[in-house]
Design a protein around this ligand. Structure first.
Ligand SMILES: *Cc1c(COP(=O)(O)O)cnc(C)c1O
Length: 374
């Protein structure tokens, strides 16, 4: 699905030189590379504070911890996402309240968010799924009306732009009170291990977040809060700094691949190509199609024969996951997400796809779809 090796080959001299320097200095934790990357990411995102941390899951966890919510408080999020989003809500003793998504963008349905609000609702976690922003303008309006915190899960959308109706644009992850991202290797900005970050423009929250990721410690060995140990190490920060300079180019490469896929698939009645929301750019963390009247399992088998990777993001919506069953809802309650889970398929999407590979993938995929038609 990704080709990290070819990408590394192109930036190897820069990465290797930086790693050698860090290995020589042994400044593995909190070294200058971490501070340099943090400052560069703040500039890239036009956000006041970037707080690096251990991974994207912990970024969301720490952000929610900083809000000082009480057990039983409700946090609304989407049922069509990676488990991490709801996992940390549950882990903190909060109640995840899942809602359905829009069938075109796969992003959280803001009307459904509004319907799910109760007096216990304290926050909403929109996910900018597959690389495009949720409907943030409307979501922020609803959040303001009901005094809810908005914590963005921008793990799949680092670098995507959202345009508000007054014309100004903001980067994914910088529109809510806090935003979170992951630097997992396959993400749009990925390191060579685990990493993550939280973004905020709020000085007080930023200070609190920096304390929480460091054992709730503001003065050495004085612990004012219950915190966690969650940090980005210097080796990962160095990789990220090298790749951040290329992030826009990387995202353009993904967009070009998506444009090619779209051009080949648009006329196939059995395929629905990804639809872009109207106020957002799409940076294609995933290229995800919907199959219509096609046996998905057969498509997967045919693609496997041709040694073309493809994947299902995601096969089961969160409300139907064993660990997340709730008397609130069950099968049938979120029909859009349930249908998507049956229909979606994602094709290889990364920065190194060349014309030959794209042709091979599309030709074989179209043949697979025809063979597997119901
Ligand atoms: C990857 C991802 C996460 C978690 O990030 P990790 O760094 O793997 O912990 C959370 N939410 C979404 C939507 C993701 O894609």
């Amino acid at each position: 699905m990704v080709d990290l090796k070819s990408q590394y080959e192109k930036i190897k001299p820069e990465i290797d030189a930086q790693w050698e320097e860090i290995l020589d200095s042994c400044a593995f934790i909190n070294g200058p590379a971490v501070h340099r990357f943090q400052a560069n990411l703040e500039q890239y995102l036009h956000v006041k504070h970037v707080i690096p941390c251990g991974n994207g899951t912990e970024a969301i966890q720490v952000a929610l911890m900083a809000l000082g919510l009480q057990p039983g408080d409700e946090v609304i999020t989407t049922t069509f996402t990676f488990i991490a989003t709801a996992e940390v809500i549950a882990l903190l003793g909060l109640t995840p309240v899942l809602v359905d998504v829009n069938p075109d963008t796969f992003n959280i349905n803001v009307d459904a968010v509004e319907r799910a609000i109760t007096p216990k609702t304290k926050a909403v976690v929109p996910v900018h799924l597959f690389g495009q922003c949720a409907d943030m303008e409307r979501l922020l309006q609803v959040a303001e009306k009901y005094h809810l915190h908005v914590v963005e899960d921008a793990c799949q959308a680092l670098g995507a732009d959202y345009q508000f109706s007054d014309g100004h644009t903001q980067k994914a992850g910088t529109m809510g009170i806090m935003g979170c991202t992951s630097f997992f290797p396959s993400k749009n900005l990925g390191c060579y291990g685990d990493g993550g970050a939280i973004f905020t423009n709020d000085d007080q929250l930023a200070n609190k977040l920096r304390g929480i990721v460091n054992h709730g410690m503001f003065v050495r060995y004085y612990h004012d809060l219950v915190g966690v140990n969650s940090r980005l190490d210097s080796l990962q920060a160095a990789v990220l700094d090298v790749k951040l300079k290329r992030l826009n180019d990387y995202n353009v490469a993904r967009q070009s691949a998506a444009t090619y896929y779209n051009s080949q698939f648009a006329s196939c009645s059995k395929l629905v190509v990804p639809q872009k929301g109207k106020n957002t750019t799409h940076i294609f963390h995933q290229y995800t199609l919907r199959l219509q009247q096609v046996d998905r399992q057969k498509v997967m088998e045919y693609m496997a024969e041709k040694q073309i990777p493809c994947a299902i993001y995601y096969p089961v919506p969160l409300h139907m996951q064993k660990a997340y069953t709730s008397p609130r809802y069950g099968a049938g309650d979120f029909p859009v997400s349930e249908q998507l889970c049956k229909e979606v398929i994602s094709l290889p999407m990364h920065t190194e796809l060349d014309k030959e590979q794209l042709e091979y993938i599309t030709t074989n995929f179209l043949a697979a779809v025809e063979k597997a038609a119901l």
